[in-house]
Design a protein. Structure first.
Length: 379
């Protein structure tokens, strides 16, 4: 409400409210390599385009005078038995110091006061324990390394540092074909430290002959990092093993099919994130939003289904929630806010999304947490 009140009372925004203009400002503010890394997607980038276009195929169905089912107002949701003040989380984004010097610490400063928890990437530029100090709620995203003892160490560290859930990313057994990075010779993981969680890890360090040199490129440690980045044999067996390491809820991110979601439900996974990694892994794959209904139908009663990929406004969040997502992860929009204006930019983007979501839900006659299939139709 404050966003709306201030903006209509002569106060001009520091940043635009629409995604495309913010992205253009970020492009001006960033070096071409890092901008290409963030904006780029796999192949001809058809998946990324489809993600955004998919939202226009669904239409919200206001029933303006419907009595409110629970007169809470507000944006709160319950996930895994915990109350969250909003249904948004920041999606895990690796090597953020390419976007801003203060990386995850600036994100924490912008997102925490707005009630948006971070899902911290395995490839974060800041060790997870430092991020944990700076935020209230956070979740840990695991890229399962090709070294199970290292995977165990990451999960145990995250649990000890107070993460509220573990999100295993399933769609990145290796990086996709990303022409923008290739054309610019920009391999983000080599240029910069997506390695903070690795270099600070006792298991990782025990694998090295010598201490990692700070800022080293092509050192033994960096090669070891690249070699242990992802387990190409990642399967449901890995996911089942996590249970021995943590009592936290376990989610799998990057699920696009009902059959896979059912398999995960059967091995006791607590949640899935329907996502195609923002189109960065496979060109011309199904739009994430188009996969959401089948996954919700198959496992929505048994598992918590979350969503990301292509969300560009508060109204988009409402559509994803109406289709059954219990919460939504935001990616590129806040990354551009971070590039242009640091923590304040992150906060601006998140506040705008939340304000539009709240206004939209009120106009639909709904509480955000109660949005359902009846609130949306195929256009
Ligand atoms: C990502 N994504 C990602 N996912 C993940 O599980 N671990 C990671 O480290 C990263 N890193 C990453 C970097 C950048 C620059 C981007 C844009 C994305 C995927 C991310 O979590 C999310 O799925 C997408 O960003 C959603 O798509 P949109 O909405 O950003 O287009």
């Amino acid at each position: 409400d404050l966003v709306y009140a201030n903006a209509t009372n002569g106060e001009l925004p520091r940043l635009p409210y629409d995604h495309e203009r913010l992205r253009d400002l970020a492009e001006q503010a960033m070096e071409p390599g890092p901008f290409g890394y963030v904006e780029g997607s796999a192949g001809r980038e058809r998946t990324a385009l489809a993600n955004v276009e998919a939202f226009s195929r669904y239409a919200l169905r206001p029933r303006s005078l419907r009595p409110r089912s629970r007169d809470k107002g507000g944006l709160g949701v319950t996930l895994f038995g915990e109350s969250y003040p909003t249904p948004l989380l920041t999606a895990p984004i690796g090597v953020l110091e390419q976007v801003h010097d203060r990386a995850e610490l600036a994100v924490a400063e912008g997102a925490d006061p707005v009630g948006v928890p971070m899902v911290l990437s395995t490839a974060s530029s800041t060790p997870m324990e430092e991020v944990a100090e700076a935020v209230d709620f956070w979740w840990y995203q695991l890229y399962w390394p090709g070294d199970d003892e290292l995977a165990e160490s990451f999960v145990r560290r995250a649990t000890a540092a107070g993460a509220k859930a573990i999100v295993v990313t399933a769609d990145t057994k290796r990086l996709g074909w990303r022409p923008r990075d290739l054309a610019q010779g920009h391999l983000p993981f080599l240029r910069s430290q997506g390695t903070a969680n690795y270099f600070s890890d006792p298991v990782f360090r025990s694998r090295l002959k010598a201490d990692p040199e700070p800022d080293g490129v092509f050192t033994e440690a960096v090669f070891h990092f690249l070699g242990s980045f992802a387990d190409k044999g990642l399967s449901t067996d890995n996911i089942a093993r996590i249970r021995a390491w943590t009592d936290l809820p376990v989610l799998v991110k990057g699920v696009l099919r009902a059959d896979e979601a059912v398999e995960l439900a059967e091995i006791g996974v607590d949640g899935v994130v329907v996502s195609n990694h923002g189109g960065r892994q496979i060109d011309n794959s199904v739009a994430a939003l188009d996969a959401l209904p089948e996954v919700v139908e198959a496992v929505g009663e048994r598992m918590t289904v979350l969503f990301d990929s292509g969300v560009r406004s508060g109204a988009d969040v409402a559509v994803a929630m109406a289709l059954g997502a219990r919460a939504v992860l935001l990616g590129r929009p806040w990354v551009y806010g971070l590039a242009v204006d640091g923590a304040a930019g992150v906060e601006h983007v998140l506040r705008s999304f939340l304000a539009e979501l709240q206004i939209t839900a009120e106009l639909l006659g709904r509480d955000v947490a109660d949005l359902d299939r009846g609130d949306v139709a195929r256009r």
